[in-house]
Design a protein around this ligand. Structure first.
Ligand SMILES: [Zn+2]
Length: 230
């Protein structure tokens, strides 16, 4: 994707990243709005005080509202891997989707074209790509169960669990914390966030399969002290 493929649509809703922080995460959202023009209007209105770096329409057009170096206002309160102020630590990408319908092929293709450049510019690894629901499990459910994380993982743009490990269900909080979830949000909310991303077909109480997912993620992607705190 070249810069000419991205339409600049500046939002007034941004500020400097705090404490010298640089992006180490990319947060995926859905807009939950009727269409892309409605979302663009909201994300660029001073009245609502929200924004994101990018919005991708269903037909694949990409709009940039905030420069990547600046702090957009998309994440809100929440934690991931012990880190707060996710806005200062992330690039936010909004996808025009209502949360109920599949994400369109042109939209996914545009996302897959946009991501490698961002990941290269800011040295963000595939485990740095997260959903809004990961960092705010009780408040947010986007990008939701229709979003195809496995497809991104196949291209090396996201992570996907390998179900080769087992763990006792009493280990849930320990393993979820080690992977990055904030367990003060409650086990139910964290379990739902985990399944939204890695097993949208699963429901009900914690299963051994959930524990296998968590055991693998916690082993391969354990929380480490953030490297970019000054
Ligand atoms: Zn969101």
């Amino acid at each position: 994707m070249t810069a000419s493929d991205v339409i600049a649509h500046p939002s007034p809703n941004f500020g400097p990243r705090r404490d010298g922080l640089l992006p180490s995460l990319i947060v995926i959202h859905y807009t939950a709005m009727a269409d892309a023009p409605s979302a663009l209007a909201r994300l660029c209105s001073e009245e609502f005080e929200v924004s994101a770096h990018y919005l991708i329409c269903k037909k694949g057009q990409v709009y940039q509202m905030v420069e990547e170096s600046a702090r957009a206002w998309h994440a809100g309160a929440g934690m991931w891997r012990g880190m707060a102020d996710i806005n200062s630590r992330s690039i936010g990408i909004e996808l025009d989707n209502d949360g109920q319908t599949p994400f369109s092929e042109p939209q996914m293709t545009a996302l897959e074209t946009l991501l490698p450049g961002i990941m290269t510019r800011w040295n963000i690894a595939p485990e740095g790509l997260i959903g809004h629901s990961d960092m705010a499990p009780t408040r947010k459910a986007d990008p939701g169960r229709k979003f195809d994380w496995a497809r991104l993982a196949l291209q090396g743009l996201a992570i996907w669990p390998e179900g080769t490990k087992t763990a006792d269900q009493t280990e849930f909080a320990t393993l979820a914390t080690r992977f990055g979830y904030d367990m003060t949000q409650g086990e139910g909310a964290v379990l739902d966030a985990l399944r939204q991303r890695f097993a949208p077909w699963r429901d009900g109480p914690v299963q051994d399969a959930d524990m296998a997912t968590l055991a693998d993620l916690a082993a391969r992607f354990p929380v480490e002290p953030p490297q970019n705190i000054t």
